[in-house]
Design a protein around this ligand. Structure first.
Ligand SMILES: CC(C)(COP(=O)(O)OP(=O)(O)OC[C@H]1O[C@@H](n2cnc3c(N)ncnc32)[C@H](O)[C@@H]1OP(=O)(O)O)[C@@H](O)C(=O)NCCC(=O)NCCS
Length: 153
């Protein structure tokens, strides 16, 4: 997708990111997870939750013509909360967000990037160079832990 830029989260993004994540959960992730779990995750990702999380992690926003179309969060070399607007899937925005956080982690001296993936995100991470490390259980269900080396760190 042309003209997609990645920038830091701003408090006023909370509402748009909450709506984007809830759409993903209801329209995409609901294929892989029970309704009760999807409801719980939708309740979790409120606008205020994003604002709270921004104090704990760096949150990034992919923007197209001034509209948020994706988000990812980072704490050092750990990746969280990767979601792309369902209308814009398959256009390289997820890869773009990941390359953005990988560059920042590499610049801080990290030698690998680590992410946790739902069933839905697992194939995506394989496709962009991540390999499986282990599987863990969380309150939000099964979590595939994957890593990708950061060359030149
Ligand atoms: C997973 C997700 C973030 C991918 O974002 P995206 O912008 O659609 O991905 P991209 O267009 O950058 O895809 C990069 C590559 O991965 C592939 N890919 C994307 N999603 C995939 C999937 N679920 N399974 C396998 N491959 C996938 C693309 O085809 C593309 O391949 P290419 O190199 O041949 O072009 C997006 O589908 C999404 O938001 N899903 C719902 C929320 C979710 O599950 N988030 C992950 C939580 S761990």
């Amino acid at each position: 997708m042309t003209e997609v830029t990645v920038r830091d989260f701003r408090p006023e993004d909370g509402e748009a990111l909450s709506a984007l994540v809830v759409r993903c959960l209801r329209e995409v992730n609901s294929r892989d997870y029970p309704a009760e779990l999807i409801d719980r995750m939708c309740d979790h990702f409120t606008a205020d939750r994003f604002r709270e999380l921004s104090a704990e992690r760096r949150i990034y926003v992919a923007e197209h013509h001034g509209r948020p179309v994706g988000t990812v969060s980072r704490d050092g070399n750990k990746v969280y909360t990767m979601f792309v607007d369902p209308d814009a899937h398959g256009r390289g925005i997820g890869r773009r967000l990941m390359r953005h956080v990988e560059e920042l982690a590499r610049a801080e001296g990290h030698t690998f990037m680590e992410t946790g993936a739902s069933h839905t995100g697992h194939g995506f991470y394989h496709r962009i160079g991540y390999t499986d490390v282990r599987v863990s259980d969380t309150v939000f269900g099964v979590n595939h832990i994957l890593r990708r080396p950061l060359s030149g760190a």
